[in-house]
Design a protein around this ligand. Structure first.
Ligand SMILES: [Zn+2]
Length: 327
């Protein structure tokens, strides 16, 4: 569609590398697609812009998206301004890497889809990555511990801290059930945190809003689409980190669409690699790595192309320098 429209209004060639110019006649359609695709389900203005900017550009993109989202009736129906958060007695510990600190919550009272009416949401407080699990009803603490093992800990390791706005008793029972399942004696005081956290709650409110929005437009099929909704969430730029949860936790951005990797991402990577001098290529990545803001022991860096990020521990950066010098 975009390529066809370019025959009438060709790319002026003043845009960034690796992004497709969208002619005036199809801009509305492109915004509509990005904002309402079933697995993108009405993200806010900023997320819609970030998503579009991964693939496309045109001069008035920001303004056009702002106008579109402001006028979107579905957004107006489903989104309510979030109330200010209550103050905290003690702030939560700050995670230093992905999946050490998780927030779990439930979205309940949904229309039945394949017998499911509830979603368990598990959010990594560091990367904001989330997993969603469809459930027939609210699980007990023991069932929640099993679900966490099956859907989260198996993939990401055992966390140090779990919070939930269902209350400290619930979290502590989940943690105890999990530890007894492991046959481990773990200090409960370091294993869960009794205070809930404004940031985690706000993230959960946003998630809940998004999930309710998808569910309301797919009343009987939402549980089949939950994996796509999760993929969409983890691909979208997070306001808290400025990159997507995938980029933070995996170190790269998986393709948003099957075509984009072949058509856009790879040529830009190749273009970038060609510009780097031969034998010292890996060193060419380092300035970008070191320029990026560091957080704790991890350094995010633009490795290759605008859409790829690498998380590299300090030890590994060092190793990569040495490997390059000797090679
Ligand atoms: Zn909308």
């Amino acid at each position: 569609m975009v390529k066809e429209a370019q025959q009438q209004e060709p790319d002026p060639g003043t845009g960034p590398d690796g992004r497709l110019f969208v002619p005036t006649t199809v801009r509305g359609k492109v915004i509509h697609w990005a904002h309402t695709a079933k697995f993108y389900c009405h993200p806010g203005k900023n997320r819609t812009v970030s998503f579009l900017r991964r693939l496309f550009w045109w001069p008035s993109l920001l303004r056009d998206v702002r106008d579109y989202v402001a006028a979107c009736p579905t957004c107006a129906r489903n989104k309510t301004p979030s109330a200010p958060q209550a103050g905290l007695l003690h702030p939560l510990p700050v995670p230093k890497r992905p999946w050490t600190h998780v927030a779990l919550d439930f979205v309940t009272g949904l229309p039945s889809s394949s017998g499911n009416t509830t979603i368990l949401t598990v959010v990594d407080r560091f990367s904001k990555a989330a997993h969603f699990v469809a459930l027939p009803k609210l699980p007990t603490a023991l069932e929640t511990a099993r679900l966490l093992t099956e859907h989260v800990f198996r993939l990401h390791g055992i966390p140090q801290d779990i919070v939930s706005d269902r209350g400290p008793q619930f979290t502590s029972r989940v943690w105890r059930a999990f530890c007894s399942g492991l046959g481990a004696r773990v200090s409960l005081s370091s294993g869960f945190h009794p205070q809930t956290n404004g940031q985690a709650e706000r993230a959960n409110q946003e998630l809940e809003t998004m999930l309710r929005c998808v569910v309301s437009s797919n009343q009987s099929t939402w549980s089949d689409q939950l994996a796509w909704i999760e993929y969409s969430h983890n691909s979208s730029t997070s306001a808290a980190t400025g990159v997507s949860p995938f980029e933070v936790s995996l170190g790269y951005q998986p393709p948003l669409l099957a075509i984009t990797e072949g058509e856009l991402a790879v040529p830009s990577v190749q273009h970038h690699m060609r510009r780097l001098p031969g034998p010292r290529r890996p060193l060419g990545l380092l300035p970008a790595l070191l320029l990026m803001p560091s957080r704790g022991l991890w350094l995010p860096g633009v490795a290759v192309g605008a859409s790829s990020f690498w998380w590299i521990g300090r030890g590994m950066v060092r190793k990569s320098v040495l490997g390059c010098d000797s090679g």
